[in-house]
Ligand binder design. Structure first.
Ligand SMILES: CC(C)(COP(=O)(O)OP(=O)(O)OC[C@H]1O[C@@H](n2cnc3c(N)ncnc32)[C@H](O)[C@@H]1OP(=O)(O)O)[C@@H](O)C(=O)NCCC(=O)NCCS
Length: 212
């Protein structure tokens, strides 16, 4: 049976996912979210639903794609994912055609690999994790569930992260580093030491001074 595909959320992340799916000629049955009435231009031809409308479909009739974006301190993406999983629904993975994913990498359900990302051999990516635009995940990295590797992140080989980690835009991590649960790597940081659970790693900052 061909399952209907619904996207949860209607913001910027959802619009990038829609671009990827339409380029792959994957039909989108609808976009769902609380109080959705009208959608941004790139989504305007897709029917709108409330989250609650989806419950009228049997769990085996539909597949969900989590279109809710992820920023530090906001758990909405994970909360919605958990809610639908607990109701028995399944999340489809999305891999952009321009991404390169090794046949020796393992991606759990609901993983999203955006345009231009590269995932090398031996990498393992946990459920509901976003590998965003242009990210490099080198060989044998083990990434937990519900991580967000924001655009341009580079992980060297054998980096490991636990669950709910945010790697900020453009962060670079040297080989074999371990990152604890719920931690945040600031945008632009260079990580050379392990990060414990529940820590924020702030990058070095450029300072400015008026010329004399
Ligand atoms: C590291 C981070 C989590 C810090 O958040 P925060 O604790 O709320 O920090 P604040 O915004 O209060 O900023 C505190 C100071 O640090 C600076 N700062 C914050 N993040 C910084 C960063 N990544 N690089 C350099 N300086 C940074 C701020 O400019 C501010 O400086 P000021 O005190 O001189 O004004 C956050 O800024 C960050 O990098 N988030 C990642 C964003 C991201 O990846 N977005 C991708 C979306 S797809």
């Amino acid at each position: 049976m061909n399952k209907k595909i619904f996207i949860l959320g209607s913001g910027g992340h959802a619009s990038v996912l829609v671009d990827i799916l339409l380029q792959q000629q994957i039909a989108i049955a609808g976009i769902a979210g609380p109080g959705l009435k009208s959608l941004r231009k790139s989504l305007e031809n897709i029917p709108c639903y409330q989250d609650s409308d989806l419950l009228s479909f049997k769990t085996e009739e539909i597949l969900l794609i989590n279109g809710i974006g992820s920023i530090p301190g906001n758990s909405l993406r994970f909360d919605v994912y958990k809610k639908f999983i607990s109701l028995g629904y399944s999340f489809e993975s999305v891999i952009a055609s321009s991404a390169i994913v090794s046949p020796h990498a393992i991606l759990a359900s609901g993983v999203q690999v955006m345009q231009g990302a590269i995932i090398q051999a031996g990498a393992v990516i946990g459920e509901n994790t976003i590998i965003n635009t242009g990210v490099i995940v080198e060989h044998n990295c083990i990434i937990g569930s519900n991580n967000h590797l924001a655009p341009g992140v580079t992980l060297s080989g054998e980096v490991e992260s636990k669950n709910n980690v945010h790697f900020g835009t453009g962060a670079s991590v040297i080989q074999s580093i371990q990152i604890g649960n719920n931690s945040v790597i600031g945008a632009g940081a260079t990580v050379t030491k392990n990060v414990d659970d529940n820590e924020i790693l702030y990058p070095a900052r450029a300072t400015k001074k008026a010329l004399k």
